[in-house]
Design a protein around this ligand. Structure first.
Ligand code: URA
Length: 187
């Protein structure tokens, strides 16, 4: 299975009730050869309208954080835990996550990133540890299932709490260093 076929299948998914209220499935996009995959929570209004991840205000902030450490959006891959917008931007329910996570697992199998960056608590709790606490554990690297994984603040949370932009930037610096280290080791 390649990424295009997987995307085709995902776009017609009807496995949970989020399918009924969505405008577009937000499969994910970016460089399929990326070393890094960012994983958000789920599409918001603008993502639902466009079918693209992180295109609203939080997407601009994500672009700025990446840009500040020399990472270009088109170099990386960006996906979400759930591919359809939860109504009123509520957190995706555990059962919606359980149903949808298979798409992300297949994306990981195909893209094979070395580093995962969990954007926000929903993503970090799902991927790293159900007890993950962003305020205490942001910026730490974990090894799990063959991936190096870091959790950091969700860009929407940073819009609500701009005081956390400085620690978020330091997480992105660590990320850029880790990417450089991996590339160097590969020679
Ligand atoms: N928030 C997310 O978690 N994902 C998006 O794609 C956009 C906003």
């Amino acid at each position: 299975m390649n990424l295009l076929d997987l995307r085709e299948q995902c776009l017609s998914c009807q496995k949970c009730s989020l399918a009924k209220s969505r405008t577009n499935v937000v499969f994910g996009e970016g460089n399929p050869d990326s070393v890094v995959m960012f994983v958000g929570e789920g599409p918001g209004r603008y993502e639902d309208e466009t079918g693209k991840p992180f295109v609203g205000r939080s997407g601009k902030l994500l672009d700025n954080l990446m840009g500040a450490v020399g990472i270009k959006r088109e170099e990386v891959y960006i996906a979400n835990i759930v591919k359809c917008r939860p109504p009123q931007n509520r957190d995706p329910l555990p059962e919606e996550q359980d149903i949808c996570i298979g798409w992300l697992q297949k994306q990981l199998e195909i893209i094979k990133p070395e580093i995962l960056v969990c954007l926000g608590r929903v993503s970090a709790m799902r991927i790293i540890d159900p007890d993950f606490k962003v305020t205490r554990q942001h910026g730490d690297f974990f090894e799990k299932d063959g991936f190096i994984i870091m959790g950091t603040f969700h860009p929407s949370a940073l819009l609500r709490n701009p005081g956390n932009k400085i620690p978020a930037l330091s997480d992105f610096k660590k990320l850029a260093e880790k990417v450089a280290e991996l590339k160097e080791n590969r020679g």
